[in-house]
Design a protein around this ligand. Structure first.
Ligand code: SME
Length: 180
């Protein structure tokens, strides 16, 4: 009888913990999804230059999401097999040109896939921009099916990125592709 009750209590506690985790996830999802109208408004401000809109977008994302410490765009540099830094928000970086294949950004230029890095120390092909960075996410930007650049986000928090960040940043890039 005692064993049965104990089993039931453990089961209820596990269930309660799962609900708490789901609630936290739902809150994060809502918070990130709530940014979509602001993103669209910045991108569609036709009276502002594209560079200024992208700069404003980086700042908006960095200011709105606590785990976004550096937000920037890299674009394919003409016909060259390299990326060139575009608008960004956060500390200046020395890495204004990144060859395809080098670092997380260079790998995404070739793979056409999102790259989520929960712990940058565990990556051997990684270009460090600041000693404070613990995690990174890079999402490719497609125009007419071609990988023409990417959004890159550094975080000073360990392992902060979820599927919701990926969905949000895919949305950002789809919106940006419309004005390039
Ligand atoms: N960490 C990147 C380089 C760009 S900085 O994060 C701004 C990489 O490994 O490609």
């Amino acid at each position: 009888m005692i064993n049965e009750n104990l089993g039931l209590i453990v089961l209820v506690q596990t269930f309660q913990k799962r609900i708490i985790v789901l609630k936290i996830l739902a809150k994060i999802m809502k918070r990130l999804n709530d940014l979509r109208p602001g993103i669209t408004a910045i991108i569609s401000a036709a009276d502002t230059s594209i560079d200024k809109r992208l700069q404003g977008l980086c700042k908006f994302l960095r200011d709105s999401v606590p785990h976004y410490d550096w937000v920037g765009f890299y674009f394919k540099n003409g016909d060259k097999q390299e990326l060139i830094l575009g608008p960004y928000a956060g500390l200046p970086t020395d890495h204004t040109i990144i060859p395809f294949g080098k670092g997380i950004c260079g790998q995404v230029a070739l793979s056409n896939q999102n790259f989520v890095v929960p712990d940058v120390k565990a990556q051997d092909n990684y270009i460090a921009c600041s000693i404070n960075v613990k995690a990174e996410i890079v999402v490719p930007l497609f125009q007419n099916g071609e990988n023409i650049g990417q959004i890159d986000i550094d975080s000073n928090s360990p392992d902060p990125f979820t599927k919701e960040d990926e969905r949000l940043l895919e949305f950002v890039n789809q919106e940006v592709a419309k004005i390039l």
